[in-house]
Design a protein around this ligand. Structure first.
Ligand SMILES: [Zn+2]
Length: 460
């Protein structure tokens, strides 16, 4: 049979602007694979419709702007011109003539293109969104292949263009962060709004450096959890980020009142520094999991000592138990004093234990670790009895989710710091579902488009 697809475009005044045959298809009906539109036919239909729709919209806009907006006089043509508009359903060439400005409009430029006021960008926001979303989840190259396969965009979708677009989106988001000043995490405001309790965990991960293949650099990833809404992610490369103090605020800005933030960290220097910049008013808590891990390692070394110095080893083990108890109850001062004493005694040990050096180092490191994180030691016992969180195992899985799967150290992927930082901006939003919201703040009409239920003409 022959399938004909016709398109009728009707103006607001009910005048039929165009009736066009988009394309016709010859379809057989004797084999399964011939049933329905093929991918290629579907792409051709979309491309054909899009070209006519965009052309009609541009022409209608141009028609409305042929006269001076001030005095109504017809504008004098200066000459023809063309622009290309990239959409998810093809790149459309558009007639964009240049006009002389009316004498009643004193401006610097003598001529202008009216269409330039509608097409402020050459890529449709919808396509930008698609490119950014998929490139945040899979590689730039695969994104180009995927989009090419399902959309009639021809060769315009390539890895370089998509990367450039993603960078542009991330940079624009960063610029927005710098601009916004409202809201905040500072305490001291007597706001009558209910306080939302937010748990935030941040941790670092490593990706391979493009410029120095043998080295990795650190990326920071965080997750915020508040009751009544989905979790949000954020990420950054510290040296590339001028907005660290705004980043958490942006993630929390839709919560009512001034959120009370509890910030979990692993106690590492870079993470602790970032936490201080990000949320100076937050309650810092050193993740119990990381304390326990260090105590476990130290315990293994003291048990190893038992083969050589059983008496000393037993004494150390019981001291370690008491230190653990102090830490569990958030008594940083006493714990620190005891660890320091223990470190001195371990140094003074006279033993043939081959791992004595390691034991000395691990004990000294624990003392430094507690000293650095004294302010973040919480009364874990009390929290635990109250059913409050003492650890955030979720943070490690966040690093895996946000960093490992896209930045893939194992696949020898390499990143520039700026590239990693920008990808983290869009990837965290693609993962927590807020990327579309970011676009609708820039392009408000996208939301209306989303909500529009296209009225499909029913047969019969
Ligand atoms: Zn005029």
């Amino acid at each position: 049979m022959r399938i004909e697809i016709q398109l009728r475009i009707v103006g607001d005044d009910d005048r039929v602007i165009s009736v066009d045959k988009v394309l016709h298809l010859e379809k057989s009906d004797d084999r399964l694979e011939a049933v329905g539109l093929s991918l290629g036919e579907g792409k051709a239909v979309m491309a054909g419709i899009q070209e006519r729709v965009v052309t009609a919209q541009a022409a209608s806009f141009l028609d409305r702007h042929r006269c001076c907006s001030g005095c109504g006089r017809a504008l004098l043509s200066k000459g023809p011109g063309w622009i290309q508009f990239r959409t998810a359903f093809g790149t459309i060439p558009l007639n964009s003539p240049r006009f002389h400005r009316c004498r009643c409009q004193p401006t610097a430029s003598r001529t202008f293109r009216p269409l330039g006021e509608l097409f402020t960008e050459r890529t449709a926001p919808e396509l930008l969104y698609l490119e950014t979303r998929w490139a945040s989840l899979i590689s730039f190259g695969l994104t180009a292949q995927l989009l090419n396969e399902v959309l009639p965009i021809g060769s315009t979708a390539n890895a370089c263009t998509i990367r450039r677009h993603l960078h542009k989106i991330a940079a624009r988001h960063d610029a927005d962060l710098g601009g916004e000043q409202q809201g905040g995490l500072d305490t001291g405001n007597d706001q009558p709004l209910p306080q939302t309790t937010v748990i935030v965990g941040i941790d670092g991960g490593y990706v391979r450096n493009w410029y120095d293949k043998k080295r990795n650099f650190e990326v920071m990833v965080g997750k915020s959890m508040a009751t009544g809404r989905n979790d949000r992610y954020f990420g950054l490369v510290a040296s590339q980020d001028e907005q660290s103090d705004h980043r958490l605020r942006a993630v929390l800005q839709d919560l009512p009142g001034t959120p009370a933030v509890t910030m979990f960290t692993d106690g590492g220097d870079s993470v602790r520094a970032l936490a201080g910049v990000m949320a100076p008013g937050a309650v810092p808590i050193l993740d119990w999991f990381h304390i326990a891990m260090r105590l476990t390692v130290l315990g293994q070394y003291t048990r190893g000592l038992a083969h050589h110095n059983p008496v000393e080893a037993a004494a150390l083990e019981s001291r370690l138990e008491r230190i653990k108890w102090r830490l569990w109850h958030g008594d940083a001062d006493e714990a620190l004093t005891r660890v320091r004493e223990m470190a001195e005694d371990v140094v003074a040990l006279d033993s043939a234990y081959p791992k004595l050096k390691r034991l000395v180092k691990v004990t000294a490191d624990l003392a430094t670790y507690i000293a650095n994180n004294a302010a973040a030691l919480s009364n874990y016992s009390e929290r635990w009895f109250k059913g409050e969180r003492i650890s955030t195992a979720f943070v490690e899985s966040t690093v895996n989710l946000v960093v490992s799967r896209r930045f893939a150290k194992k696949q020898q992927m390499q990143w520039s710091k700026q590239g990693a930082h920008r990808l983290l901006q869009t990837r965290t939003k693609a993962l927590d579902g807020t990327l579309r919201d970011l676009f609708t703040t820039w392009y408000p009409a996208m939301a209306a488009n989303d909500n529009q239920d296209p009225a499909l003409a029913m047969a019969g």
